[in-house]
Design a protein around this ligand. Structure first.
Ligand SMILES: Nc1ncnc2c1ncn2[C@@H]1O[C@H](COP(=O)(O)OP(=O)(O)OP(=O)(O)O)[C@@H](O)[C@H]1O
Length: 257
């Protein structure tokens, strides 16, 4: 389990994040929702070890994150940051293989499987400089997945910051479906910052709603994602649509004030 226990830190000179407590379990997708500036990325940074909390503790597999070496951490968790960039002048295959930093030679069969499953296989021989924004995002996710696929650790986590920001509506849905399938199939725990409420509704097992540096609700997606609560946090009126045939399919759209 990846556990955040009463973690917090400063958000600039006047605001604070936390204390926040959250857990991510094997095989689940936990979405971090909340308005711009709420503290989602900062929380993801604490969960991944990219930043240290000034209060509280983060534990992975029962051990403090601060006790892990960089290489150990890389075997347990992969991070796709909000503004991640691919290195230029490499082939996609090389870049994805480079995700497995503990291996000198890529495991070709595993690499091929990750390229196929992530939809990056048709791009494998392309140079990174030639990719569109959406294609690059797919490749960055493939690299993070291969980092975990090449690890022999039982507990593995994928931490994603807005992984669909550059993707069209179909590609974004497909990416989250793939991530949810990966979580279930390989027992990987996923923590993802998500802006699109409807992607979270469709693919997250649980959501944590972050507002002004605090976690105001956490729990199963359908329980937490109620219109009134979301309206209060996002400061916008929402219409909730229910599919006429599949009443478990809901969607939110913003209403003009
Ligand atoms: N290093 C920093 N210095 C000053 N302010 C910071 C710093 N890092 C974050 N902040 C502030 O902390 C707040 C939370 O930032 P964070 O990126 O975590 O929010 P977020 O919820 O991910 O936002 P968004 O949805 O816009 O990506 C913001 O107001 C941001 O300006």
């Amino acid at each position: 389990m990846l556990e955040l226990e009463d973690v917090g830190r400063a958000l600039g000179p006047r605001r604070r994040l936390g204390p926040v407590s959250l857990t991510v379990s094997a095989g689940e997708v936990l979405a971090l929702l909340g308005p711009n500036g709420a503290g989602k990325t900062s929380l993801l940074h604490l969960a991944s070890g990219l930043a240290k909390p000034t209060i509280g503790a983060v534990r992975l597999a029962g051990r403090a994150l601060s006790d892990y070496t960089t290489a150990e951490l890389a075997a347990h968790r992969a991070v796709l940051e909000q503004q991640a960039q691919l290195p230029p002048r490499y082939s996609v295959r090389e870049v994805v293989a480079g995700g497995a930093c503990r291996q000198r030679h890529a495991d070709e069969a595993r690499l091929e499987a990750v390229l196929q499953r992530s939809g990056a296989a048709p791009l494998a021989e392309r140079l990174t400089d030639t990719l569109s924004g959406g294609e690059a995002q797919r490749v960055l996710l493939a690299r993070a997945c291969y980092q975990l696929a090449a690890s022999d650790r039982a507990e593995r986590y994928l931490l994603l910051d807005e992984p669909t920001a550059a993707l069209d509506i179909g590609a974004a849905d497909a990416l989250f479906a793939d991530v949810a399938a990966l979580a279930r199939r390989d027992g990987i725990g996923v923590l993802a910052v998500v802006h699109d409420l409807n992607l979270a509704l469709r693919h997250a097992d649980r959501v944590a709603l972050i507002d002004d540096g605090r976690c105001v609700a956490v729990g199963p997606t359908d329980e937490v994602m109620r219109a009134e609560r979301l309206e209060a946090v996002y400061g916008v009126r929402l219409a909730e649509l229910v599919h006429p045939d599949e009443t478990s399919w809901r969607a939110f759209i913003p209403l003009r004030r």
